[in-house]
Design a protein around this ligand. Structure first.
Ligand code: CA
Length: 346
């Protein structure tokens, strides 16, 4: 496999074929004023034993999303190789310059790494990272779980997510994996700005791809961390990498995950102007088409009325903008409805 991949400039200390626990740092070259030959060190942990599938857990692809890095780091410190049948590759904070800068975009090249795939080893820093993940790590993985939140620019109902997969067998396997992760919701969606995302690369390589949205608004969501930690444990159990049965009981008393979908553009509401956004609902609440998603206020103008922005679909609020100011064209609400396989296929 490596023969077809253009050589990466990133060096890797892990022998992925070796049994046991290995932990170290990928070294990505970054020439800078303080060091022309400097590197950026990215934590990576591999735990392998016996035989079984390879699970890849990634966090910190966006730097202002905290629940994933916390959940993966904790697993990486505690996972006993003797309990493992297969391999778990953990990269808790892959886009480390953005993670340490607490921003979605990389401070090195001002790029959204999750729009840089499949990347380029000779490109910008984010493109180099994307290329290594796609070319060197993904070919090892049977299952990829990439943990995200809505970052500083929004909040999300704690959920796994996946693209609608036209292949029924792959769709079923992925939905079963999502149900095993055990977030309150699993959202099937059709993508907004796809092709250059990590998820698209995982799918191209034929592995099972799950994402998460575990919170946002620039804080550590307590419930998001709990769901994320339980979710990665559950995924290892579901695929037989560790023993046990996934625990999927929900806070509201339901037995498991509610499968949802975001089928069409009417699920999204956008800010018609820049201003201070006052949302009507919290994520996870039931909403109705025609009801206000919120108001854009112009507090700098004494007599200017706020603009009301409505929902265009009935359902549950998946994503909400904020905190505070929005720009014209920002997504201010995404509504999901219960998953229906016939409607989804139509
Ligand atoms: Ca994200």
């Amino acid at each position: 496999m490596a023969l077809q991949v253009e050589k990466s400039r990133i060096s890797n200390p892990i022998d992925f074929d070796r049994n046991g626990r290995q932990a170290g740092y990928l070294r990505a070259p970054l020439s800078r004023n303080t060091s022309g030959w400097g590197v950026v060190e990215i934590p990576i942990i591999s735990v392998k034993n016996g035989s079984g599938p390879t699970i890849l857990l990634t966090g910190g692809i966006h730097g202002d999303e905290y629940e994933g890095p916390i959940a993966i780091s904790r697993l990486a410190r505690t996972l006993d190789p003797a309990r493992v049948q297969g391999r778990v590759i953990m990269i808790p904070a892959y886009n480390i310059p953005a993670v340490l800068n607490d921003t979605r975009l990389s401070p090195v090249d001002n790029r959204d790494m999750n729009r840089c795939f499949p990347g380029n080893p000779k490109g910008t820093f984010s493109e180099m990272l994307a290329h290594f993940l796609d070319g060197y790590i993904l070919p090892l993985a049977d299952v990829s779980v990439d943990l995200h939140t809505a970052g500083h620019s929004g909040d999300s109902a704690p959920s796994t997510n996946m693209h609608y997969l036209p292949d029924p067998a792959m769709r079923k396997k992925t939905m079963e994996a999502a149900a095993a992760f055990g977030a309150p919701y699993n959202t099937v969606f059709w993508g907004v700005d796809e092709g250059a995302t990590f998820t698209s690369c995982v799918e191209r390589r034929g592995a099972i791809s799950l994402g998460t949205e575990l919170g946002g608004w620039g804080r550590v969501n307590v419930e998001g961390v709990r769901i994320g930690r339980r979710g990665v444990d559950n995924i290892l159990k579901h695929f037989g990498v560790v023993e046990g049965k996934p625990e999927t009981a929900q806070r509201d008393g339901s037995a498991g995950t509610r499968h949802m979908m975001v089928r069409d553009p009417a699920c999204y509401s956008f800010a018609p102007a820049g201003g201070l956004f006052e949302p009507t609902n919290l994520v996870g609440e039931e909403v109705k088409a025609g009801q206000p998603a919120g108001w854009v206020h112009f507090v700098e103008d004494v007599d200017r009325d706020p603009i009301q922005v409505n929902y265009h679909r009935d359902g549950v609020l998946w994503m909400s903008a904020g905190p505070g100011r929005v720009a014209r064209g920002d997504t201010i609400a995404v509504v999901m409805s219960d998953y229906d396989d016939k409607l989804a296929a139509g």
